[in-house]
Each structure stands twice: as structure tokens, then as C-alpha cells.
Design a protein. Structure first.
Length: 359
């Protein structure tokens, strides 16, 4: 069993490779500092500017000092009822997309894999367009429709690719591409027959944004995102083994079919609720895992939590830009993430091609 021994050695030295690339403690400390500052910036910057110092007083509930400072009383309402749930929702959505992207890239062993590879985004768009065209105007009608559409798309992809008790990675990808095209065509048809106001709602939602954030939406998103990501973290060692290949994973006592089914299901679930909450926000789940992998290495026990923090921080900062770059108009945050993510990805792609390999 020399092969199994060699694979076991590679599996065990993975953390040593991580330690040689960067110190995880320094990286996580930096991410937490960026996250803390992102909270301050997020509550302070917007159509109504609130000084950072005064924002800190409000967040720490120093009401006597706040009243003494002479700040308008509506500042507290703006921060606690509008900006804080938006920041927390952005943190959950960004973290979920980054974790899902890391899982997809690890399972498919493909750096181009994204959280939307199985048709989640196109299914969500079709579901959102359907409820809008049907005339539902409730605040939660559009997210619910998007969630149903996203889960329907993924279910169909799994049903198509399921054969003899297992699924093929290639079949999953091909089915996801085909279903994405089909649901995109359905969305286009619905937009075509919709009225001007309905078209505006659907198109604005498809560009991605956090303007629908509320404490109610956050409370719905929180348990799904945290439980899903927590279970994924618990399976990070199995994902390490799977990244070496299914045959190698079996030598290590890992059941590849079970790992793939569980992790893909959890990743698509947290992606679906993220799409329902914020629309299709691109490049977070593609670029952030790449950046964290470049800094920390391939060990998913460290890579997954780092990607979660990095994705949340990235989305909060880009949302601040979306709110302020074209005041008083708010730009969709999906546009901002694309402006940052696409050039970086093209640079990374070019670097790998010039280096003579693409992996």
C-alpha cells in the first residue's frame, strides 16, 4: 500500500505547506481588524454621513454622551434600523458565497468553479421574474420566488446527473450549464412580456444589492447560513482528501460520493438563500477563495474560515462604495464586485497561462 502511504503523507503535510506560505494568525488578525473597521465605515457612510466617533458612541449605546453631543435623534434610527442589518446581511451573504465557491473549487478541482455553477443564479432570477410578472408586491415575495427558483434549478441538475447511486462531476457541470441557459431564456421571456415597472424591478434585482436588508431578512438568513457553513467547516478534512482525487480519498477512508453529495448540497443551499436575499452578486465566490488560497495555501481547515471572513469583509466594503459612488443614486453592489473581481481574475488567469500551466 505504498500509494496509500504517499497520499497519507501528502494529506498530513498540507498544514506545513500552509505555515510556510503565511502565518494564519496574522492573516486572521488582519481580517478581523478589516471587519471591525468595515462595521464602523458601514454605519458611518451613506446618504446621511455620521462621524465615525459618533457612530461608535451609538453602537456602544453611550446614550448620555450621545445626547450631550447634540446629534440628531434620527441617527440612532438610521444606524440600528437601516445600516446595521444591511452590514450584517452583507457579511452573511459575502461569507456564504465565498465558502460555497471554495467548496465548488475543491470538489470539482477547477479554479473556474463558482457558487453559481449548478444554475443557482439563473434559477433564482427566473423565480424572481416569475413572481414579479405575476403581480406579487409583498416585500418577501421576490426573495421567496428567487429561493424557490434557485432550489428548483439545483434539484433538476441533481436529478439529471444522478445515476446508479452517484453523480458525475462532469455531468453536474454540463447539466448546470444547460439549465442555466434554459432559465436565463425563461427570465428574458418574462422580462419581455412584463410592464416597464416590472422590468425595472427584475433587472435591478438581477444586478445584485443589499437594499432589501432588514432585521427580519437577517434573522431568516442567519441560521441557514451559519449552520450550513458550520457543517461545511466540520467536513474540511474530508474536502482536503477529496482534492487529492477520489481514488486517493478512498485510500484515506473517505467516502467520495457521500462527501460530494453533502458538501454540494450545503454549498448550494447557502448560495440559494444568499441569492434570495441579495440577488446575483458575482465574483465574490470566485475571487475571494483564490486570494485566500494564494495567502494561506490549500488546507481547507484554514482556507474555509479565511474565505468566509474575506468574503464578508469584501462585500461590506463594496456595498459602501455602491451607496456612495453615485450619490444620491445607489449603484447595484454586483456592478462594484464585477469591477474589482473581473480584472483580478483575468490577471490571475493570464499569470497561470504565461507560467505554462492552468490548474
Amino acid at each position: 500500500m505504498w500509494v496509500a502511504g504517499e497520499v497519507q503523507l501528502l494529506y498530513l503535510i498540507c498544514p506545513l505547506r500552509v505555515m510556510n506560505r503565511a502565518k494564519p494568525k496574522v492573516t486572521f488578525a488582519t481580517l478581523f481588524v478589516l471587519l471591525a473597521f468595515a462595521f464602523l465605515v458601514g454605519v458611518a457612510i451613506g446618504p446621511v454621513s455620521i462621524p465615525l466617533g459618533k457612530s461608535l458612541l451609538i453602537l456602544t449605546d453611550k446614550l448620555p454622551l450621545l445626547e450631550f453631543s447634540g446629534l440628531p435623534s434620527n441617527f440612532q434610527t438610521i444606524i440600528f434600523d437601516l445600516r446595521l442589518p444591511r452590514i450584517l446581511t452583507g457579511l452573511l451573504v459575502g461569507s456564504s458565497l465565498a465558502v460555497s465557491g471554495t467548496v465548488m473549487q475543491g470538489i470539482f478541482r477547477n479554479p473556474l468553479a463558482t457558487p453559481y455553477i449548478l444554475g443557482v443564479a439563473s434559477g433564482g432570477s427566473a423565480g424572481a421574474a416569475t413572481v414579479v410578472v405575476l403581480g406579487f408586491t409583498s416585500n418577501f415575495a421576490l426573495p421567496i420566488g428567487a429561493l424557490i427558483g434557485a432550489l428548483s434549478a439545483v434539484t433538476i441538475v441533481y436529478r439529471i446527473s444522478w445515476s446508479r447511486g452517484s453523480t458525475s462531476s462532469y455531468t453536474l457541470i454540463l447539466a448546470g450549464v444547460a439549465l442555466s441557459s434554459l432559465f436565463s431564456a425563461l427570465t428574458t421571456a418574462l422580462i419581455f412580456i412584463a410592464g416597464p415597472y416590472q422590468q425595472h424591478r427584475v433587472l435591478f434585482w438581477m444586478m445584485g444589492g443589499l437594499w432589501r436588508s432588514s432585521w427580519t431578512l437577517f434573522k431568516i438568513l442567519l441560521p441557514i447560513a451559519t449552520v450550513g457553513a458550520g457543517i461545511i467547516f466540520a467536513w474540511s478534512r474530508d474536502l482536503n482528501a477529496l482534492a487529492l482525487g477520489e481514488s486517493a480519498a478512498e485510500h484515506l477512508g473517505v467516502k467520495p460520493a457521500l462527501v460530494k453529495k453533502t458538501l454540494l448540497g450545503l454549498a448550494t443551499a447557502i448560495t440559494a438563500v444568499s441569492v434570495a436575499a441579495a440577488g446575483s452578486i458575482g465574483f465574490v465566490g470566485l475571487v475571494i477563495p483564490h486570494i485566500m488560497r494564494m495567502i494561506l495555501g490549500p488546507d481547507h481547515r484554514i482556507l474555509l474560515p479565511a474565505a468566509a471572513l474575506g468574503g464578508g469583509v469584501f462585500l461590506i466594503y463594496t456595498d459602501v462604495l455602491a451607496k456612495t459612488i453615485m450619490q444620491p443614486v445607489e449603484m447595484p453592489v454586483g456592478v462594484i464586485t464585477a469591477f474589482f473581481g473581473a480584472p483580478f481574475f483575468l490577471y490571475l488567469l493570464r499569470k497561470k497561462i504565461v507560467g505554462g500551466r492552468m490548474r
